[in-house]
Design a protein around this ligand. Structure first.
Ligand SMILES: C[S@@+](CC[C@H](N)C(=O)[O-])C[C@H]1O[C@@H](n2cnc3c(N)ncnc32)[C@H](O)[C@@H]1O
Length: 246
């Protein structure tokens, strides 16, 4: 009987649908091939159509290639960039919002000596392939940080944590999945609420980062925006620091 081989390396998952990306990539390849075939036919109209097809095909393949790069390598660089924006002491209480397979929760846990890194998620399988609590904890075990992490089923719009719980809040590619402005506003207000005075939130997303920054500023946080080097996926970073209490 075939035995399942235990995983030896963490797998931080495929954001979105591998099926969707495969379809776009195949469609791009077909377009490009069609363009190459068409260019051999005479007539300016057909030549223009061939160039358009080749261009669209090439663009689709490039977008897919860049996305695959993000999924395999770029997200690890992104995690390192976000983690390096915190001046770690090792005793922090950390929250990773929309942890998925635990990319940031585990990255933060590696910086901790006494602290705790908590990940929350609603396990939406359209946002992350194979999105399960078990896969996340499996990664934590493989990375040797099991005792420093905790994963909870929580929606960022209605977090149950008391006010001023976390020193550091991280989130990557999560909040844009909330379809309404009102929902995203609830999420950002919740982040401001559960952040401790002097605490820092680093939120990376492919859209809406300006909107998040505006909500944090309205909640009294000091906000900075960053645009890090290209890592295969569109992104902006907003850093928000809560003022010390008087
Ligand atoms: C694209 S994945 C990114 C996962 C992880 N942050 C990473 O960078 O690998 C987005 C994650 O956000 C979670 N998510 C979406 N909406 C959420 C919400 N309202 N509250 C908490 N998590 C949410 C999804 O279930 C998914 O795991």
């Amino acid at each position: 009987m075939a035995k399942s081989v235990p995983k030896s390396k963490p797998d931080y998952g495929f954001d979105g649908s591998p099926f969707g990306v495969t379809i776009v990539c195949l469609a791009g390849a077909v377009c490009f091939g069609g363009g190459v075939a068409l260019i051999t036919f005479p007539g300016p109209g057909l030549k223009i159509a061939a160039f358009v097809l080749m261009l669209c095909g090439l663009l689709a393949v490039l977008v897919c290639g860049s996305y695959l790069y993000y999924v395999k390598l770029g997200k690890l660089h992104r995690r390192d960039t976000m983690i390096s924006m915190i001046d770690w002491k090792g005793t922090e209480k950390v929250l990773d919002i929309g942890t998925g397979r635990g990319l940031l929760m585990i990255g933060a846990a590696k910086k901790l000596t006494l602290g705790k890194s908590i990940g929350i998620d609603i396990w939406n399988s359209e946002d992350m392939h194979g999105n399960t609590y078990q896969n996340t904890m499996g990664n934590a075990e493989l990375e040797g940080v099991l005792e420093k992490v905790e994963v909870k089923n929580e929606d960022v719009r209605s977090m149950s944590f008391p006010n001023e719980t976390f020193d550091v809040i991280l989130s990557n590619l999560c909040i844009h999945n909330i379809p309404t402005k009102d929902g995203r506003q609830k999420a950002c207000r919740g982040i401001a609420r559960v952040l401790k005075p002097n605490g820092t939130a680093i939120i990376t997303d492919k859209s809406h980062t300006k909107e998040y920054g505006e909500i944090f500023a309205m909640e009294g946080l000091t906000v900075e925006y960053f645009r890090p080097s290209f890592d295969g996926s569109l992104r902006g970073i907003v850093k928000a620091v809560k003022k010390a209490s008087l």
